[in-house]
Write a protein that binds this ligand. Structure first.
Ligand code: SAH
Ligand code: AVI
Length: 323
């Protein structure tokens, strides 16, 4: 859906999203290992909490990737002509985008896709104020569905931007599928700049997802609050605690919500029981070595070209071109 003031369109999209949310929650909580898809973290409150996470001392990915982008922005965008389009997936606040846009003074169009309507509205308002000559289009939607670009932009040269290591929130097979979808969206001459968090000491990783101020815990628990708000659920938030662990076999951080007691929860007339200690798996955050990530890209028929990293090798930014 293109964001516009047509309320009827907004409302029908809202109902479609509600049904999808309800289906995903009821399906996920019915499994032996209860699970909830992490894309539902990002309602208005969740998007706000994510922005708070990006400023935490323990959460190194945002400031590290920002440093890498600032050092190499010119090289990252040098192939994109002024008539080109920058297309960003999971754009959130679009703050990192500005680093690239600063090198693209004559660029005419920027398209951002995100499930969070509030994040898109905030970014759109700021960019409109700061860059009035830039045509900014916001698409509220799931980037893992085939992306339909606005008709007038389809034939233009395109560059994709997917920062934040959001790719790490998908399993490797889902990530390959997503990279193929991006390839189709950016065709014929695909070019993608994508951020991926690097493998590192597990203690450092666990701290980044267990911050002392409890913001990541609030972000995780907000998913239950969202189910209560939007689906009339009756989760007792005080009866669950946040947990983030490193799973070395899969090379991923896993976030869970742990039930503190025997309890049951009712959502849309369906009852779900929890044993003490039973968890809802809410997020994976895969960490890749540079070579592992390049191999993943090759599996999706992308050709990995340049890669940029920081001095401490905490985070990587890859340039992929359609092979
Ligand atoms: N790119 C920003 C934000 C990363 S947070 C940064 O690097 O800081 C992840 C963003 O992706 C959020 O804004 C979230 O709303 C969005 N998102 C997560 N899953 C999505 C999906 N399936 N489709 C579209 N957007 C998604
Ligand atoms: C958006 N995504 C890459 C973040 C991550 O690090 O996996 C989401 C997040 N979850 C907890 N903290 C941040």
């Amino acid at each position: 859906m293109l964001l516009n003031p047509n309320m009827r369109e907004l409302l029908s999209e809202r109902f479609a999203l509600d049904d999808e949310f309800a289906g995903a929650v009821i399906g996920g909580l019915s499994r032996p290992q209860k699970t909830l898809p992490c894309r539902f973290f990002y309602d208005a409150r969740g998007s706000e909490l994510f922005e708070e996470i990006t400023r935490l001392p323990e959460y190194y990915p945002t400031r590290t990737e920002t440093t890498i982008l600032s050092a190499h922005a010119q090289e990252m965008v040098e192939h994109l002509p002024p008539a080109g389009v920058m297309l960003e997936f999971g754009s959130g606040s679009s703050l990192k985008t500005e680093i690239l846009l600063d090198q693209l003074a004559h660029l005419t169009a920027y398209v951002m896709i995100d499930v969070s309507q509030t994040a898109l509205l905030g970014a759109q308002a700021r960019l409109a104020r700061q860059r009035p000559a830039l045509d900014v289009r916001a698409i509220v939607g799931d980037f893992s569905r085939p992306v339909q670009l606005p008709e007038d932009l389809r034939a233009r040269p395109k560059m994709g931007f997917f920062p934040g290591s959001t790719i790490g929130n998908l399993t490797p097979s889902e990530a390959i599928r997503l990279l193929r979808i991006f390839r189709a969206a950016l065709a014929p001459a695909g070019h993608l700049i994508i951020g991926a968090d690097l493998k590192k000491d597990a203690r450092r990783l666990v701290l980044a997802y267990n911050d002392a101020a409890g913001v990541t815990a609030a972000f995780n628990l907000n998913l239950l609050a969202r189910i209560n708000r939007e689906l009339g659920g009756d989760f007792d938030l005080a009866a669950f605690r946040h947990e983030a662990i490193y799973n070395p076999r899969h090379g991923r951080i896993e976030m869970h919500l742990v039930s503190l007691r025997q309890q049951s929860v009712t959502i849309r007339g369906q009852r779900f029981s929890f044993r003490p200690g039973e968890t809802i798996h809410t997020e994976n955050s895969y960490k890749y070595s540079i070579e592992q990530f390049r191999e993943l890209a090759r599996s999706a028929d992308w050709l990995p070209r340049r890669v940029w990293t920081d001095a401490a090798h905490m985070f990587s930014v890859h340039e992929l071109v359609a092979s």
